[in-house]
Design a protein around this ligand. Sequence first.
Ligand code: ARG
Length: 703
Amino acid sequence: MTSQIRFLICPPHYYDVDYVINPWMEGNIHKSSQERAVEQWDKLHHILKEHAIVDIVPPQKGWPDMVFTANAGLVLGKTVVLSRFLHKERQGEEPYFNQWFEENGYTVHELPKDLPFEGAGDALLDREGRWLWAGYGFRTELDSHPYLAKWLDIEVLSLRLIDERFYHLDTCFCPLANGYLLYYPPAFDSYSNRLIEMRVSQEKRIAITEADAVNFACNAVNIESIVVMNKASEPLKARLAEVGFRVIETPLTEFLKAGGAAKCLTLRVTEPVREELHANVSVESRVFNLEGHLLDSGLINRALDLIVDNGGSFQVLNFSLGEQRQSTSAAKVKVSAPSHEVMESIISHLIDLGAVDLPQDERDAKLEPVTQAGVAPDDFYVSTIYPTEVRINGEWVKVENQRMDGAIAITRTSKRIVAQCKLLRDVEVGEEVVVDVLGIRTVRKTESRERRNAEEFSFMSSGVSSERRVELVVEQVAWELRKIRDGGGKVVVTAGPVVIHTGGGEHLAQLIREGYVQALLGGNAIAIHDIEQAIMGTSLGVDMKRGVAVRGGHRHHLKVINTIRRYGSIAKAVEAGIIESGVMYECVSNGVPFSLAGSIRDDGPLPDTEMNLIKAQTEYARLLKGADMILMLSSMLHSIGVGNMTPAGVKMVCVDINPAVVTKLSDRGSIESVGVVTDVGLFLSLLLQQLQKLTSPYTAKVS
Ligand code: ARG
């Protein structure tokens, strides 16, 4: 024995794999050998005794995992925070450990019921005692960390575990003497890795490979310069030797079957207190109210999932369930995050779902001045598609020009405060920009089951076959188109050249002619191919009637570009009688405005194509203003561009043969967008048939 360090261990008389509460136990029920377990444990015991003092807690029948004393609690000085096991399979160990601590003169703190914390398995002191590393994500709840800071009067650094094989911090993280750290970085999320890198300098970090990690090399007991572990690769041993550590390997394979090894089998019960240090914890909490059809619409699940998925934790402080089908529910949720940065990302998502502060916690939005034109302050709040309000001087101000991916710029006149979404490039010196996530709320329509199923535009749910789905979308879109046209509303179409190649040109032209389209957005290509078809009967050189390539046809589109350039614009070519049919022809003849946005691959371009993309974006935005519905026809580029400019509440229909495009666009978390994966030519032809059905009795038939 060389030191005063003490360890608590528990003999494996009753050890077995009896149940599955971690991935290591799977397939191992009753597969460990009692004899070998005892033999391995004795060896470990022997090694420990050579280097430290060992205390024994009596094992208890029926509690097979009690051998893993690391999970008894967390000790600092004479204070203990007793574990609260997540799984009932281990909760019965708590009183026995408690008894041992009390009998040995420790002051024991117990966490509130249902707030899991698994002791030194998930909380590791820096070996210099400067701070406590605390894990969360699987067994321990983030909300337990502030208690650790308070009771142990120490700084707590929260680390989020993300690989279930490394469910306890001590399975992938091992602070060593002299400030060294042995760890397996992929077991942690990126914030946690950053935190580790900020605290432990590069030379002191020893990152191990996955092969060593699955041999539980991090689950090591460090006593001064020795490191006891199940197994280590030669390179790892060499690396540790380089910095003055000697590895003692001792096989613990029987315990690996339960998901534990050297460190798990021990609890260091002498941890000196550094008097000069004090409590500090960066865990932040904020309480929110969420109201609506929380259960019916799945809103509460979405909210809670996103908190956890983004590295936070929650407590539902209150939930009042609406009783009638039409009544709304209200939830009061406390959100915790390991840092302000993580909190901001969680809150910005919650704001999108309509979460609001408690009335007494309402704050004004935080504003920072723009100091350089076209550049927002660093921490600017990124706008979303949802109608947003910001609180300024105690008043909620509605944000104008709602769109996503902008900043919220504030200008004050003597009479009023104006808040508007602006692209970063448009913010001006003299304006202020909303930063952080205070004093911001979105106003969301209450989604109810009824609305979702009937009235609203998301009649599509899984469960519908793709063929039936196309028919349903067509029926619904035809209905909407007719309603919008008759009500003097606005439909904007974005279309790619595929519309022409798939034979949809004539149908789109007809929609425009019959007054269903109020603006057309596209690029150079759709116009060229449409005009090529009008003038030469081909689309990219393919005869559209017969479906075969025409000799020399691959040059047709260039000839068309040349012709239009000669006339100066599409409109002038129409006037001159050069173009007599097609999509562009109908736009010009019916006074439907269009905007063609250029790109790097454009041939020509046509004189109408706007090659200044900033101007093109502005023009798109202008034409989109006031749209009731947007039909996105097979153009990923222009459709996504349009999606970014459009606030929630505008119905969007995205038709594309590529499911990825459809998913990207219809997945706006908004119930108004619907996607359909199909051939766009076919879609348009079905749409016209359906419109005919809806309108024919009233249309005078001229034969
Ligand atoms: N079977 C035990 C459990 O899942 C193993 C505990 C390992 N202990 C540790 N500190 N990592 O709880």
